[in-house]
Write a protein that binds this ligand. Structure first.
Ligand SMILES: [Zn+2]
Length: 578
C-alpha cells in the first residue's frame, strides 16, 4: 500500500527485550564481553568468543575497522564498524543494523551472522535467548570397503551418538546440536542390507536430528571423521568366519535390488517401481536397455539405466530445456521409456536415437539443475546418474537483483480485513524471492531482511550501493472496496516495461485475477535509474486474497512467479551499471 505512511506507534520496542539476552551456540553459552545488546530490536553480540562453538573463527583488524569471519565450511563474512553493508563470500548484504564497536570489540547482528553461516537460528523471547545450531543438509549412504559409509553433511559441528538396537535390527544415529533441513523424511532403500532410512527432528533444545536405519542384519558402527562432515563406517557384525568379503559386495548384505521389505504393508510413496520393458523381441544379439528406475536416497536421487551387459556412454549438456543427454553407442532400446521423477529432475526418457549404427539416448530433463555424477556399476551394466536434491551453486551473471519488501518496523503498511499486516507478508515473500533467485545463481541484495524501518528515501540508495542492476519492490494492496482483488505490477520508466510485463505474465498464471501492468509515480520507481518495478501481491482488504496470503504455499508461489519474471528479464537484458 502506498496511500500514505501510516505511523501507529512511534517507539515500540520489538517485543519484550530482556535486560541480559544470551546466545546459545551448539548447546554452549559463550561468556561474551561486552554482553549482547539490542539496537532497534536487533541483537548485537561481540564476535570474539561467539563464533568458535560453531566451528568458525574471527579476526579483527583495527586499522580498517573490519572483522573477517571464516565459517566451518569456508564461508567468508566481512563486517565493518558503522557500515550497514556486510560481505558474504564477496557479495554485499544489507544488515538490519550496523555493527558497532564497544570496548575495542566489534558487535555484529548475531542472527544475520549465524544465518549467513548456514545455521538454524531461533529467538526464544521467554528465555531471552538466541539459539543457534548446525543444520543437517544431506545424508549419503554408500558402499565402502567391507561395509557401508554414512556421510552426514552439516553446516557446522554436530555431535554424533549411535546405538545399535535389535528386534527389529536397526541403527539409531543421533546428531546432537543439529536441526534437520532434509525434506525427504523416509526412504525405502532395499539395498546394502538397509531396508529404510528415516530422518526426523527428534527433539529441540537441545536440537537432535535422529536418523534410523532399519536393517536386515545387525551392524557395527565406527565414527571415522569429525565436523562439519561426519562419516560413519558401518560394518557387518561377523556371525561366522565370513568376515572379510570383496570390497564391492560385502557378504553380510543382500545384493542390490533386493526383494522388497516384507514388513511393508502399505505402498511407500518414495518407492518408485521400475519401469520395465516387455520381454525384448527375439532378434539380432545387440545389447539392450532393459529398463529405467529410480532409487531415492536421503538427499539424492539415483536414475538407473539397466542394460543386459556392460555399456559405454557419452554425456552432453543441452539447453532449452536444460537437460543432460547420455548417448550409448551400440545399444538398442526395445520400447521407448519415460519416467516422471519430481524434485530437481522433471523427467527421464530413454529411446533409440539412431539405428545403423545403433545409438540409444537417455535424456535427464532438469526441473532445477543441481550437481550430478554419472557412474557405471555392476561391471558396467548399470548406468547411474546420481543427482543432488539441493540446488546447484550459483553461476555468475552480471546482474544483482535488489529486493525491497515494503514498510517495516514502525510502519506496518496496510492492515488486512482480518488483521494480516502488509509489512510481514511482503517481508516473507521478499525473503522467499531472495532464496528462489539465489537457488538459481542470481545475486541479490535486500533493502531489509527483518522487521525494521527503512526510510523510503534510503531504499534505492541501499540497492545501488550494493551494485543492484534490477529493483523489485514488494507490496500488498488495500482499498476501501473489499471486492477488488488480484495482482498487479507497477513501473514508471521505459527501461522497466519489459521487466513489469514478464513478472506480471508469471503472476497472471497463479489463478487469481490478473490486474495487469500499470504505471504510477511511486518514489522508489522515480528514484531508480535501473529497471524497477513495484509488485502488489494482492489486496489485503479482500478476504480471499488475504486468506491466500496467509498461507506459506501461496506466498511461495508468488515468490516463484516473480522470480521467473526476473530471471527471464536478466537472461535477456544485459546488466547496465547505473
Ligand atoms: Zn505498501
Amino acid at each position: 500500500m502506498w496511500v500514505g505512511l501510516v505511523v501507529l506507534c512511534l517507539s515500540l520496542p520489538a517485543g519484550a527485550q530482556p535486560a541480559s539476552p544470551a546466545v546459545v551456540v551448539n548447546g554452549r553459552t559463550p561468556s561474551l564481553d561486552p554482553p549482547p545488546v539490542f539496537r532497534a530490536g536487533v541483537l548485537l553480540a561481540p564476535l570474539e568468543g561467539l563464533v568458535e562453538p560453531y566451528g568458525a573463527s574471527s579476526r579483527w583488524d583495527p586499522l580498517t575497522r573490519t572483522a573477517q569471519v571464516v565459517g566451518p565450511r569456508g564461508t567468508r563474512l566481512v563486517f565493518r564498524a558503522g557500515d550497514r553493508v556486510a560481505l558474504v563470500d564477496g557479495e554485499p548484504r544489507v544488515l538490519p543494523v550496523a555493527p558497532e564497536l564497544a570496548g575495542g570489540k566489534l558487535l555484529v547482528p548475531a542472527e544475520f551472522l549465524f544465518r549467513a553461516l548456514g545455521a538454524w537460528v531461533k529467538w526464544e523471547p521467554t528465555e531471552g535467548t538466541l539459539h543457534v545450531v548446525s543444520q543437517v543438509l544431506r545424508l549419503v549412504l554408500d558402499r565402502a570397503p567391507g561395509g557401508l559409509r554414512l556421510q552426514v553433511e552439516a553446516t557446522g559441528p554436530v555431535e554424533v551418538r549411535t546405538a545399535v538396537l535389535s528386534q527389529p535390527d536397526r541403527l539409531v544415529v543421533d546428531l546432537v546440536n543439529a536441526a534437520s533441513r532434509i525434506e525427504t523424511r523416509e526412504v525405502s532403500l532395499g539395498e546394502f542390507g538397509v531396508r529404510r532410512v528415516r530422518v526426523a527432528q527428534f527433539q529441540v533444545k537441545p536440537y537432535v536430528t535422529r536418523v534410523v536405519l532399519d536393517l536386515d542384519a545387525p551392524l557395527d558402527v565406527e565414527v571415522v571423521s569429525g565436523p562439519p562432515e561426519v562419516v560413519l563406517r558401518l560394518l557387518p557384525r561377523a556371525p561366522s568366519a565370513a568376515a572379510t568379503g570383496p570390497p564391492a559386495s560385502p557378504p553380510a548384505f543382500s545384493p542390490p535390488a533386493a526383494s522388497p521389505d516384507p514388513a511393508a504393508t502399505s505402498p511407500d510413496p518414495q518407492t518408485v517401481p521400475p519401469v520395465s520393458s516387455p520381454a525384448p523381441p527375439a532378434g539380432p544379439d545387440v545389447p539392450r536397455i532393459l529398463g529405467l528406475s529410480l532409487e531415492r536416497q536421503v538427499g539424492r536421487v539415483r536414475v538407473v539405466v539397466q542394460a543386459d551387459r556392460p555399456l559405454e556412454f557419452q554425456v552432453k549438456e543441452l539447453p532449452d530445456p536444460d537437460r543432460l543427454v547420455l548417448d550409448i553407442p551400440g545399444v538398442f532400446v526395445p520400447v521407448k521409456q519415460e519416467l516422471a521423477v519430481g524434485g530437481p529432475v522433471e523427467v527421464v526418457r530413454a529411446a533409440q536415437f539412431q539405428t545403423d549404427p545403433d545409438v540409444a539416448r537417455v535424456v535427464v530433463q532438469w526441473q532445477a539443475r543441481t550437481r550430478y555424477e554419472v557412474q557405471l556399476e555392476d561391471g558396467g551394466s548399470r548406468l547411474v546418474v546420481v543427482v543432488d536434491e539441493l540446488p546447484a551453486p550459483p553461476p555468475r551473471t552480471g546482474h544483482v537483483v535488489a529486493i525491497d519488501p515494503g514498510h517495516g518496523g514502525k510502519d506496518p503498511g496496510a492492515i488486512g480485513a482480518t488483521g494480516l499486516v502488509e509489512k510481514d507478508v511482503v517481508l516473507d515473500i521478499g525473503l522467499r524471492l531472495r532464496d528462489v533467485l539465489r537457488g538459481q545463481g542470481v545475486r541479490t541484495v535486500m533493502t531489509r531482511e527483518a522487521d525494521v524501518f527503512v526510510d523510503l528515501a534510503d531504499r534505492v540508495p541501499i540497492a545501488l550501493r550494493a551494485g543492484a542492476t534490477v529493483f523489485v519492490s514488494v507490496h500488498a494492496n488495500a482499498t476501501t472496496r473489499g471486492v477488488i482483488r488480484g495482482l498487479e505490477t507497477y513501473y514508471l520508466k521505459p527501461n522497466s516495461v519489459q521487466l513489469a510485463t514478464w513478472i506480471q505474465e508469471e503472476l497472471g498464471r497463479l489463478g487469481i485475477p490478473d490486474r495487469g501492468i500499470r504505471t504510477a509515480n511511486f518514489k522508489v520507481l522515480r528514484d531508480s535509474p535501473i529497471p524497477a518495478v513495484l509488485v502488489e501481491v494482492g489486496y489485503l482488504t479482500n478476504l480471499e486474497d488475504e486468506a491466500l496470503l496467509r498461507t506459506a504455499a501461496f506466498r511461495q508461489r508468488v515468490a516463484e512467479a516473480i522470480a521467473r519474471g526476473v530471471v527471464r528479464f536478466i537472461r535477456h537484458v544485459p546488466a547496465l551499471q547505473p
